[in-house]
Design a protein around this ligand. Structure first.
Ligand code: FAD
Ligand code: UDP
Length: 387
Protein backbone atom coordinates (compact mmCIF):
# COMPACT_ATOMS: atom_id res chain seq x y z
CA UNK A 1 0.00 0.00 0.00
CA UNK A 2 1.47 3.36 -1.06
CA UNK A 3 0.31 6.83 -0.10
CA UNK A 4 0.51 7.73 -3.78
CA UNK A 5 1.29 6.30 -7.15
CA UNK A 6 2.79 8.76 -9.62
CA UNK A 7 2.34 7.74 -13.25
CA UNK A 8 5.06 9.20 -15.45
CA UNK A 9 8.65 9.85 -14.36
CA UNK A 10 8.95 13.00 -16.48
CA UNK A 11 9.61 16.37 -14.93
CA UNK A 12 6.03 16.78 -13.65
CA UNK A 13 5.92 13.38 -11.98
CA UNK A 14 9.41 13.70 -10.54
CA UNK A 15 8.74 17.09 -8.96
CA UNK A 16 5.48 15.86 -7.42
CA UNK A 17 7.02 12.63 -6.13
CA UNK A 18 9.99 14.51 -4.64
CA UNK A 19 7.74 16.98 -2.81
CA UNK A 20 5.38 14.31 -1.46
CA UNK A 21 8.24 12.14 -0.20
CA UNK A 22 10.48 14.85 1.17
CA UNK A 23 8.02 17.42 2.48
CA UNK A 24 5.10 15.24 3.57
CA UNK A 25 6.92 11.99 4.21
CA UNK A 26 4.57 10.10 1.91
CA UNK A 27 5.61 6.71 0.62
CA UNK A 28 5.29 6.86 -3.17
CA UNK A 29 5.58 4.61 -6.16
CA UNK A 30 6.80 6.35 -9.31
CA UNK A 31 6.32 4.45 -12.56
CA UNK A 32 7.03 5.04 -16.22
CA UNK A 33 6.41 2.90 -19.26
CA UNK A 34 9.73 4.04 -20.68
CA UNK A 35 12.92 2.46 -19.39
CA UNK A 36 14.41 5.68 -18.03
CA UNK A 37 13.68 8.67 -15.81
CA UNK A 38 13.03 12.16 -17.13
CA UNK A 39 10.40 11.69 -19.84
CA UNK A 40 11.22 13.93 -22.77
CA UNK A 41 13.94 15.78 -20.83
CA UNK A 42 16.07 12.62 -20.60
CA UNK A 43 19.69 12.98 -21.77
CA UNK A 44 22.45 10.39 -22.09
CA UNK A 45 25.94 10.08 -23.57
CA UNK A 46 26.29 8.80 -27.16
CA UNK A 47 28.97 6.26 -28.17
CA UNK A 48 31.67 8.96 -27.99
CA UNK A 49 30.52 10.20 -24.58
CA UNK A 50 28.78 13.30 -25.96
CA UNK A 51 25.75 14.24 -23.86
CA UNK A 52 22.75 13.92 -26.14
CA UNK A 53 19.18 15.19 -25.80
CA UNK A 54 17.43 12.12 -27.17
CA UNK A 55 13.96 13.67 -27.32
CA UNK A 56 14.83 17.01 -28.84
CA UNK A 57 16.75 19.93 -27.37
CA UNK A 58 15.78 21.00 -23.88
CA UNK A 59 16.75 24.62 -23.26
CA UNK A 60 15.96 25.52 -19.66
CA UNK A 61 14.85 29.10 -19.17
CA UNK A 62 12.59 30.91 -16.72
CA UNK A 63 11.72 34.26 -15.22
CA UNK A 64 10.86 32.75 -11.84
CA UNK A 65 13.73 32.64 -9.29
CA UNK A 66 11.71 30.33 -6.97
CA UNK A 67 11.80 27.61 -9.64
CA UNK A 68 15.55 27.99 -10.04
CA UNK A 69 15.96 27.82 -6.25
CA UNK A 70 13.90 24.66 -6.10
CA UNK A 71 15.78 22.86 -8.90
CA UNK A 72 19.13 24.09 -7.58
CA UNK A 73 18.73 21.66 -4.69
CA UNK A 74 19.47 18.95 -7.25
CA UNK A 75 21.85 20.58 -9.70
CA UNK A 76 24.39 23.28 -10.30
CA UNK A 77 23.92 25.25 -13.54
CA UNK A 78 25.95 26.82 -16.23
CA UNK A 79 24.50 29.90 -17.83
CA UNK A 80 24.20 29.69 -21.58
CA UNK A 81 22.66 31.49 -24.53
CA UNK A 82 20.49 29.70 -27.03
CA UNK A 83 21.43 30.75 -30.56
CA UNK A 84 19.24 29.74 -33.46
CA UNK A 85 19.40 30.46 -37.18
CA UNK A 86 16.89 29.83 -39.91
CA UNK A 87 18.25 28.40 -43.16
CA UNK A 88 16.23 29.37 -46.21
CA UNK A 89 16.96 30.61 -49.72
CA UNK A 90 20.47 29.12 -49.45
CA UNK A 91 21.59 31.22 -46.47
CA UNK A 92 21.47 31.47 -42.69
CA UNK A 93 19.13 34.13 -41.31
CA UNK A 94 19.27 35.67 -37.89
CA UNK A 95 16.31 34.22 -35.98
CA UNK A 96 13.99 34.93 -34.20
CA UNK A 97 13.22 37.92 -36.39
CA UNK A 98 15.17 40.96 -35.18
CA UNK A 99 16.92 44.01 -36.63
CA UNK A 100 19.77 41.84 -37.96
CA UNK A 101 17.25 39.76 -39.93
CA UNK A 102 15.92 42.96 -41.49
CA UNK A 103 19.45 44.12 -42.27
CA UNK A 104 20.11 40.82 -44.04
CA UNK A 105 16.92 41.32 -46.06
CA UNK A 106 17.77 44.86 -47.19
CA UNK A 107 21.50 44.11 -47.50
CA UNK A 108 22.75 47.08 -45.44
CA UNK A 109 22.86 48.49 -41.94
CA UNK A 110 19.55 49.83 -40.70
CA UNK A 111 17.94 51.22 -37.55
CA UNK A 112 15.16 50.29 -35.16
CA UNK A 113 13.11 53.21 -36.49
CA UNK A 114 13.42 52.10 -40.09
CA UNK A 115 12.60 48.48 -39.21
CA UNK A 116 9.58 49.55 -37.15
CA UNK A 117 8.30 51.68 -40.05
CA UNK A 118 8.85 48.77 -42.46
CA UNK A 119 6.92 46.43 -40.15
CA UNK A 120 4.13 48.99 -39.65
CA UNK A 121 3.63 49.14 -43.43
CA UNK A 122 3.37 45.35 -43.68
CA UNK A 123 1.53 44.32 -40.51
CA UNK A 124 -2.05 43.40 -41.22
CA UNK A 125 -4.64 45.17 -39.06
CA UNK A 126 -5.90 42.09 -37.20
CA UNK A 127 -6.81 43.28 -33.71
CA UNK A 128 -7.36 39.91 -32.05
CA UNK A 129 -5.57 37.19 -34.00
CA UNK A 130 -7.55 33.96 -33.88
CA UNK A 131 -4.93 31.56 -35.19
CA UNK A 132 -1.20 31.15 -35.89
CA UNK A 133 -1.40 32.62 -39.40
CA UNK A 134 -3.20 35.74 -38.19
CA UNK A 135 -0.82 36.23 -35.30
CA UNK A 136 2.17 36.33 -37.67
CA UNK A 137 0.44 38.46 -40.31
CA UNK A 138 -0.46 40.90 -37.53
CA UNK A 139 3.05 41.02 -36.09
CA UNK A 140 5.40 40.79 -39.11
CA UNK A 141 3.29 40.71 -42.30
CA UNK A 142 3.21 38.24 -45.19
CA UNK A 143 6.85 38.29 -46.34
CA UNK A 144 8.46 37.21 -43.09
CA UNK A 145 5.52 34.91 -42.29
CA UNK A 146 6.00 33.04 -45.56
CA UNK A 147 9.77 32.98 -45.32
CA UNK A 148 10.11 31.70 -41.77
CA UNK A 149 6.80 30.39 -40.39
CA UNK A 150 4.39 29.04 -42.96
CA UNK A 151 6.47 26.11 -44.26
CA UNK A 152 7.99 25.22 -40.89
CA UNK A 153 4.60 25.17 -39.19
CA UNK A 154 3.00 23.02 -41.90
CA UNK A 155 5.88 20.57 -41.69
CA UNK A 156 5.91 20.48 -37.88
CA UNK A 157 2.15 20.07 -37.36
CA UNK A 158 0.90 18.77 -40.73
CA UNK A 159 -1.72 21.51 -40.47
CA UNK A 160 -2.24 24.93 -41.96
CA UNK A 161 -1.14 27.61 -39.46
CA UNK A 162 -4.65 29.09 -39.69
CA UNK A 163 -5.94 25.92 -38.01
CA UNK A 164 -3.61 26.24 -35.00
CA UNK A 165 -4.06 28.34 -31.86
CA UNK A 166 -2.26 31.74 -32.04
CA UNK A 167 0.03 30.72 -29.17
CA UNK A 168 1.88 28.18 -31.37
CA UNK A 169 3.66 30.69 -33.61
CA UNK A 170 3.00 33.49 -31.12
CA UNK A 171 5.51 31.99 -28.68
CA UNK A 172 8.43 33.07 -30.89
CA UNK A 173 9.57 36.61 -30.00
CA UNK A 174 9.76 39.36 -32.64
CA UNK A 175 12.26 42.13 -31.85
CA UNK A 176 13.26 45.38 -33.47
CA UNK A 177 16.60 45.44 -31.60
CA UNK A 178 19.70 43.42 -32.53
CA UNK A 179 19.10 40.98 -29.66
CA UNK A 180 19.11 37.58 -31.37
CA UNK A 181 18.88 35.04 -28.53
CA UNK A 182 15.96 32.62 -28.90
CA UNK A 183 14.39 33.58 -25.55
CA UNK A 184 13.84 36.66 -23.40
CA UNK A 185 13.87 34.94 -19.99
CA UNK A 186 16.16 36.29 -17.26
CA UNK A 187 17.55 32.82 -16.37
CA UNK A 188 18.82 30.70 -19.25
CA UNK A 189 20.98 27.80 -18.13
CA UNK A 190 21.53 24.08 -18.32
CA UNK A 191 22.05 21.63 -15.46
CA UNK A 192 25.80 21.31 -15.19
CA UNK A 193 25.90 17.53 -15.50
CA UNK A 194 22.73 17.24 -17.55
CA UNK A 195 19.06 16.62 -16.83
CA UNK A 196 19.34 12.91 -16.06
CA UNK A 197 21.93 13.58 -13.35
CA UNK A 198 19.52 16.14 -11.84
CA UNK A 199 16.65 13.62 -11.94
CA UNK A 200 18.78 10.92 -10.31
CA UNK A 201 19.50 13.31 -7.44
CA UNK A 202 15.81 14.09 -7.05
CA UNK A 203 15.08 10.38 -6.72
CA UNK A 204 18.03 9.74 -4.39
CA UNK A 205 16.92 12.57 -2.10
CA UNK A 206 13.68 10.69 -1.38
CA UNK A 207 15.57 7.69 -0.02
CA UNK A 208 13.30 4.88 1.17
CA UNK A 209 10.11 6.91 0.70
CA UNK A 210 10.28 6.49 -3.06
CA UNK A 211 10.17 3.34 -5.11
CA UNK A 212 10.73 3.63 -8.85
CA UNK A 213 9.55 1.08 -11.39
CA UNK A 214 10.52 1.69 -15.00
CA UNK A 215 9.22 -0.13 -18.07
CA UNK A 216 5.83 -0.42 -16.37
CA UNK A 217 2.56 0.85 -17.82
CA UNK A 218 -0.25 2.31 -15.73
CA UNK A 219 -2.61 -0.38 -17.02
CA UNK A 220 -0.54 -3.08 -15.30
CA UNK A 221 0.42 -0.98 -12.28
CA UNK A 222 -3.13 -0.09 -11.31
CA UNK A 223 -3.95 -3.80 -11.01
CA UNK A 224 -0.75 -4.67 -9.19
CA UNK A 225 -0.48 -1.94 -6.52
CA UNK A 226 -2.68 -0.25 -3.95
CA UNK A 227 -2.42 3.48 -3.31
CA UNK A 228 -4.50 6.24 -1.77
CA UNK A 229 -3.95 8.98 -4.31
CA UNK A 230 -2.99 8.87 -7.96
CA UNK A 231 -0.93 11.45 -9.83
CA UNK A 232 -1.31 10.94 -13.56
CA UNK A 233 0.93 12.62 -16.17
CA UNK A 234 0.09 10.48 -19.23
CA UNK A 235 -2.30 11.41 -22.06
CA UNK A 236 -5.65 12.39 -20.54
CA UNK A 237 -7.79 10.75 -23.26
CA UNK A 238 -5.94 7.47 -22.67
CA UNK A 239 -6.83 7.63 -18.96
CA UNK A 240 -10.52 7.78 -19.87
CA UNK A 241 -10.20 5.09 -22.60
CA UNK A 242 -10.87 7.78 -25.22
CA UNK A 243 -14.55 7.74 -24.24
CA UNK A 244 -15.22 11.04 -26.04
CA UNK A 245 -12.83 10.29 -28.92
CA UNK A 246 -9.08 10.63 -29.33
CA UNK A 247 -7.16 13.82 -28.77
CA UNK A 248 -4.49 14.51 -31.37
CA UNK A 249 -0.78 14.52 -30.55
CA UNK A 250 2.16 15.23 -32.80
CA UNK A 251 5.16 12.96 -32.77
CA UNK A 252 8.72 13.22 -34.03
CA UNK A 253 11.49 10.94 -35.18
CA UNK A 254 14.94 11.91 -33.91
CA UNK A 255 17.95 10.98 -36.02
CA UNK A 256 21.22 11.18 -34.08
CA UNK A 257 24.38 11.64 -36.11
CA UNK A 258 27.51 11.16 -33.98
CA UNK A 259 30.80 12.64 -35.20
CA UNK A 260 34.10 11.65 -33.61
CA UNK A 261 37.02 14.10 -33.64
CA UNK A 262 38.49 12.05 -36.51
CA UNK A 263 35.33 12.14 -38.61
CA UNK A 264 35.04 15.91 -38.02
CA UNK A 265 38.65 16.32 -39.16
CA UNK A 266 37.91 14.36 -42.33
CA UNK A 267 35.10 16.87 -43.01
CA UNK A 268 37.51 19.77 -42.44
CA UNK A 269 35.81 20.61 -39.11
CA UNK A 270 37.03 20.81 -35.55
CA UNK A 271 34.99 20.54 -32.36
CA UNK A 272 31.62 21.36 -33.88
CA UNK A 273 29.65 20.18 -36.92
CA UNK A 274 27.57 23.32 -37.52
CA UNK A 275 28.24 26.93 -36.53
CA UNK A 276 25.08 27.32 -34.42
CA UNK A 277 23.27 25.46 -31.65
CA UNK A 278 20.13 25.10 -33.74
CA UNK A 279 19.37 25.60 -37.42
CA UNK A 280 15.72 25.64 -38.52
CA UNK A 281 14.74 24.55 -42.03
CA UNK A 282 11.41 26.21 -42.80
CA UNK A 283 11.30 25.63 -46.56
CA UNK A 284 13.55 22.74 -47.49
CA UNK A 285 14.34 19.26 -46.13
CA UNK A 286 11.96 16.88 -44.44
CA UNK A 287 13.35 17.69 -41.01
CA UNK A 288 12.44 20.90 -39.19
CA UNK A 289 15.72 21.51 -37.39
CA UNK A 290 19.24 20.29 -36.72
CA UNK A 291 20.48 20.74 -33.17
CA UNK A 292 24.07 20.45 -31.99
CA UNK A 293 23.53 20.47 -28.24
CA UNK A 294 27.24 20.71 -27.41
CA UNK A 295 27.00 24.45 -28.20
CA UNK A 296 24.75 24.76 -25.13
CA UNK A 297 26.09 22.04 -22.82
CA UNK A 298 29.65 23.33 -23.51
CA UNK A 299 30.93 19.83 -22.89
CA UNK A 300 34.70 19.67 -23.11
CA UNK A 301 35.12 17.00 -25.78
CA UNK A 302 36.54 16.94 -29.32
CA UNK A 303 33.57 14.83 -30.48
CA UNK A 304 30.05 16.04 -31.17
CA UNK A 305 26.67 15.00 -32.47
CA UNK A 306 23.73 16.56 -34.26
CA UNK A 307 20.09 15.55 -34.02
CA UNK A 308 17.62 16.00 -36.89
CA UNK A 309 13.91 16.17 -36.10
CA UNK A 310 11.41 14.64 -38.52
CA UNK A 311 7.78 15.41 -37.61
CA UNK A 312 5.34 12.53 -37.85
CA UNK A 313 1.82 11.53 -36.86
CA UNK A 314 1.32 9.95 -33.45
CA UNK A 315 0.30 6.33 -33.88
CA UNK A 316 0.59 4.83 -30.37
CA UNK A 317 3.78 3.01 -31.39
CA UNK A 318 5.75 6.27 -31.10
CA UNK A 319 5.60 9.01 -28.43
CA UNK A 320 2.96 11.76 -28.11
CA UNK A 321 5.32 14.74 -27.90
CA UNK A 322 3.02 17.68 -28.54
CA UNK A 323 -0.65 18.33 -27.82
CA UNK A 324 -2.08 19.82 -31.04
CA UNK A 325 -3.91 23.05 -30.19
CA UNK A 326 -6.75 23.20 -32.72
CA UNK A 327 -10.32 24.29 -31.88
CA UNK A 328 -11.50 20.68 -32.06
CA UNK A 329 -8.81 19.36 -29.73
CA UNK A 330 -9.08 22.18 -27.20
CA UNK A 331 -12.88 21.73 -27.03
CA UNK A 332 -12.49 17.97 -26.64
CA UNK A 333 -9.88 18.45 -23.93
CA UNK A 334 -12.37 20.58 -21.96
CA UNK A 335 -14.74 17.62 -21.90
CA UNK A 336 -12.00 15.39 -20.53
CA UNK A 337 -10.98 18.08 -18.02
CA UNK A 338 -14.56 18.14 -16.72
CA UNK A 339 -14.41 14.37 -16.20
CA UNK A 340 -11.01 14.73 -14.54
CA UNK A 341 -12.34 17.28 -12.05
CA UNK A 342 -14.75 14.62 -10.77
CA UNK A 343 -11.92 12.20 -9.97
CA UNK A 344 -11.35 13.31 -6.38
CA UNK A 345 -8.41 11.01 -5.64
CA UNK A 346 -6.58 11.70 -8.89
CA UNK A 347 -4.44 14.73 -9.77
CA UNK A 348 -3.75 15.31 -13.47
CA UNK A 349 -0.47 17.00 -14.22
CA UNK A 350 1.91 17.88 -17.03
CA UNK A 351 1.96 18.37 -20.74
CA UNK A 352 -0.09 15.29 -21.66
CA UNK A 353 -2.63 15.16 -18.83
CA UNK A 354 -3.47 18.88 -18.98
CA UNK A 355 -3.07 18.94 -22.78
CA UNK A 356 -0.93 22.08 -22.66
CA UNK A 357 2.20 23.12 -24.56
CA UNK A 358 4.16 23.48 -21.29
CA UNK A 359 7.81 24.42 -21.19
CA UNK A 360 9.92 22.81 -18.46
CA UNK A 361 9.63 25.74 -16.05
CA UNK A 362 5.86 25.76 -16.52
CA UNK A 363 5.68 22.02 -15.84
CA UNK A 364 7.68 22.46 -12.62
CA UNK A 365 5.54 25.46 -11.61
CA UNK A 366 2.31 23.54 -12.27
CA UNK A 367 3.44 20.58 -10.15
CA UNK A 368 4.66 22.78 -7.28
CA UNK A 369 1.43 24.78 -7.30
CA UNK A 370 -0.70 21.63 -7.24
CA UNK A 371 1.39 20.29 -4.38
CA UNK A 372 1.17 23.50 -2.37
CA UNK A 373 -2.53 24.21 -2.90
CA UNK A 374 -3.97 20.69 -2.82
CA UNK A 375 -1.70 18.90 -0.36
CA UNK A 376 0.53 21.21 1.67
CA UNK A 377 -2.19 23.78 2.36
CA UNK A 378 -4.74 21.17 3.44
CA UNK A 379 -3.17 18.93 6.05
CA UNK A 380 -6.34 16.80 6.18
CA UNK A 381 -5.40 15.62 2.69
CA UNK A 382 -2.22 14.07 4.01
CA UNK A 383 -2.32 10.33 4.23
CA UNK A 384 -1.12 8.88 7.52
CA UNK A 385 2.52 7.85 7.51
CA UNK A 386 2.65 4.17 6.73
CA UNK A 387 4.91 1.78 8.56
P1 FAD B 1 6.74 14.06 -20.21
O1 FAD B 1 8.17 14.43 -20.26
O2 FAD B 1 6.04 13.71 -21.49
O3 FAD B 1 6.56 12.86 -19.18
C1 FAD B 1 5.41 12.06 -19.09
C2 FAD B 1 5.86 10.65 -18.81
O4 FAD B 1 4.71 9.84 -18.58
C3 FAD B 1 6.62 10.02 -19.98
O5 FAD B 1 7.90 9.61 -19.56
C4 FAD B 1 5.74 8.84 -20.40
O6 FAD B 1 6.50 7.72 -20.81
C5 FAD B 1 4.99 8.57 -19.11
N1 FAD B 1 3.71 7.90 -19.34
C6 FAD B 1 2.69 8.32 -20.14
N2 FAD B 1 1.67 7.45 -20.09
C7 FAD B 1 2.04 6.45 -19.25
C8 FAD B 1 1.40 5.25 -18.80
N3 FAD B 1 0.19 4.89 -19.22
N4 FAD B 1 2.07 4.45 -17.97
C9 FAD B 1 3.33 4.78 -17.53
N5 FAD B 1 3.97 5.91 -17.91
C10 FAD B 1 3.32 6.73 -18.76
N6 FAD B 1 10.73 22.68 -22.68
C11 FAD B 1 11.58 23.69 -22.38
O7 FAD B 1 11.44 24.37 -21.37
N7 FAD B 1 12.63 23.97 -23.23
C12 FAD B 1 12.85 23.28 -24.37
O8 FAD B 1 13.80 23.57 -25.10
C13 FAD B 1 11.96 22.22 -24.70
N8 FAD B 1 12.14 21.51 -25.83
C14 FAD B 1 11.28 20.50 -26.12
C15 FAD B 1 11.50 19.77 -27.30
C16 FAD B 1 10.66 18.73 -27.63
C17 FAD B 1 10.87 17.97 -28.90
C18 FAD B 1 9.57 18.41 -26.77
C19 FAD B 1 8.63 17.29 -27.13
C20 FAD B 1 9.35 19.12 -25.61
C21 FAD B 1 10.20 20.17 -25.27
N9 FAD B 1 10.05 20.91 -24.10
C22 FAD B 1 10.89 21.94 -23.80
C23 FAD B 1 8.93 20.62 -23.17
C24 FAD B 1 9.35 19.64 -22.07
O9 FAD B 1 9.70 18.40 -22.64
C25 FAD B 1 8.16 19.48 -21.11
O10 FAD B 1 7.88 20.71 -20.46
C26 FAD B 1 8.39 18.44 -20.03
O11 FAD B 1 8.91 17.25 -20.56
C27 FAD B 1 7.07 18.16 -19.36
O12 FAD B 1 7.21 17.08 -18.50
P2 FAD B 1 6.01 16.09 -18.25
O13 FAD B 1 6.43 15.26 -17.10
O14 FAD B 1 4.73 16.85 -18.14
O15 FAD B 1 5.87 15.23 -19.59
N1 UDP C 1 8.08 28.11 -35.84
C1 UDP C 1 8.21 28.40 -37.18
N2 UDP C 1 9.46 28.61 -37.69
C2 UDP C 1 10.58 28.51 -36.95
C3 UDP C 1 10.44 28.21 -35.59
C4 UDP C 1 9.19 28.00 -35.05
O1 UDP C 1 7.22 28.45 -37.90
O2 UDP C 1 11.68 28.70 -37.49
C5 UDP C 1 6.73 27.88 -35.28
C6 UDP C 1 6.31 26.40 -35.44
O3 UDP C 1 4.91 26.35 -35.61
C7 UDP C 1 6.73 25.83 -34.11
C8 UDP C 1 6.36 26.97 -33.16
O4 UDP C 1 6.69 28.17 -33.91
O5 UDP C 1 6.03 24.64 -33.82
C9 UDP C 1 7.10 26.98 -31.85
O6 UDP C 1 8.49 26.93 -32.11
P1 UDP C 1 9.51 26.44 -31.02
O7 UDP C 1 10.89 26.67 -31.56
O8 UDP C 1 9.19 27.07 -29.72
O9 UDP C 1 9.18 24.89 -31.01
P2 UDP C 1 9.42 23.71 -29.97
O10 UDP C 1 10.82 23.85 -29.48
O11 UDP C 1 8.38 23.87 -28.92
O12 UDP C 1 9.20 22.51 -30.83
Amino acid sequence: MYDAMVVGAGLSGLVMAERLCNQLGWRCLLIDRREHLGGNCYDAPDRNGVLTHLYGPHYFRTNTPELVNYLSRFTAWHRTRYTVRSFTGGRYWSFPINLKTFEQLVGRESSQEEFRRWLDERRQPIVEPQNSEEVMLASVGAEFYEKFFKGYTKKQWNKEPRHLHPSVCGRIPIRTTREDGYFDDSFQAMPQEGYTAMFNRMVDSCEANLEVRLGLDFRQAKEAFKYRHLFYTGPIDEYFQACYGRLEYRSLRFEVDSHSAQSLARQGKSGFWQPYLQVNYPNSQQYTRIVEIKHATRQNTPHTNVVREYPQDYNHANEPYYPVPTHRNLALYKEYAALASREKEVTFLGRLATYAYLNMDQAVAQALLAFETKFLAHPQKRAPRLA
